[in-house]
Design a protein around this ligand. Structure first.
Ligand code: SF4
Length: 266
């Protein structure tokens, strides 16, 4: 812990903490909190280990340009351990011999809980012994999820997701162009992202895509309920082939042809 803020915080009962995902919303929140000289003692960045390289660069750049300490948190064992090797107690007997949590799904975002929420809560639980924590959360005014006891400055300022991105761009934060490629930026290997974004991932980040295929080959659950990562690879290659031939990659005809292609690879 850094002395500067501890000393400052020591004189008050409250400790003002901003959660930084590194994305446009929480970045805009942090920048504006500082610009408006609102109380802010600490910025928490929880690293899942699955951020885009440009995201790490962004957080380092932000860290160097703000007068508030950024604390980097990280779960000790990391994604791969829980993904491939962890042996949870399972209710479903069919999964009894399966190792690792494998890919997250819409109803099982284990990685959010294990790699983010739990790590932040553990860190804050220590601070809570000494301080009353005031937590700023960077949820934009046009996003619905809120928890009563936290502060939502973006909602107070009426800043939408679009406003946040523009705000950051105007201050020189551009994430190496990530937001020109993706609408939302989170873990690069998240199975819950839209197909459109996975297509972009494969095209613009081939090494990360290879890593994704490699993880898929070592785990027991398909990447998504509709496609395994291998099937996505077949689909995206097929799409490229169709586009080269001037064919559409939507509609019934495409779906039937894709099914035949996938069956051939099945
Ligand atoms: S963004 Fe996706 S992969 Fe990352 S922690 Fe959340 S559910 Fe898991």
């Amino acid at each position: 812990m850094q002395k500067g803020w501890m000393h400052k915080a020591d004189r008050k009962d409250k400790l003002y903490v901003a959660s930084l995902s590194g994305g446009k919303d929480s970045t805009a929140m942090v920048l504006r909190l500082i610009e408006e000289e609102r109380p802010l003692d600490l910025i928490l960045f929880c690293d899942t280990g699955l951020e885009f390289p440009q995201m790490y660069e962004h957080v380092k750049k932000l860290e160097q340009s703000v007068p508030v300490p950024v604390v980097w948190l990280k779960e000790e064992k990391g994604f791969e351990f829980y993904f491939l090797h962890y042996k949870p107690k399972r209710k479903n007997p069919d999964l009894a011999d399966k190792e690792g949590f494998s890919w997250a799904g819409p109803r099982n975002r284990w990685c959010t809980a294990v790699l983010k929420t739990r790590v932040i809560e553990q860190y804050l639980s220590v601070l809570k012994k000494e301080y009353e924590i005031v937590q700023y959360i960077g949820i934009a005014a046009d996003e619905p999820k809120r928890i009563r006891e936290h502060c939502y400055p973006l909602v107070e300022w009426g800043m939408t997701e679009k406003d946040c991105l523009e705000y950051c761009y105007r201050r020189g934060f551009a994430w190496g162009g990530l937001y020109e490629l993706f609408r939302r930026v989170s873990c690069w290997c998240c199975p819950l992202q839209p197909l459109k974004e996975l297509r972009v991932l494969r095209r613009h980040f081939p090494e990360l895509w290879e890593q994704l295929l490699d993880w898929e080959s070592k785990t027991w659950r398909n990447f998504r309920s509709d496609y395994s990562a291998g099937e996505l690879e077949v689909r995206f290659l097929f799409e490229e082939e169709c586009l080269r031939e001037g064919k559409r990659i939507t509609g019934k005809e495409f779906s039937h042809a894709l099914k035949r292609r996938l069956d051939r690879h099945g």
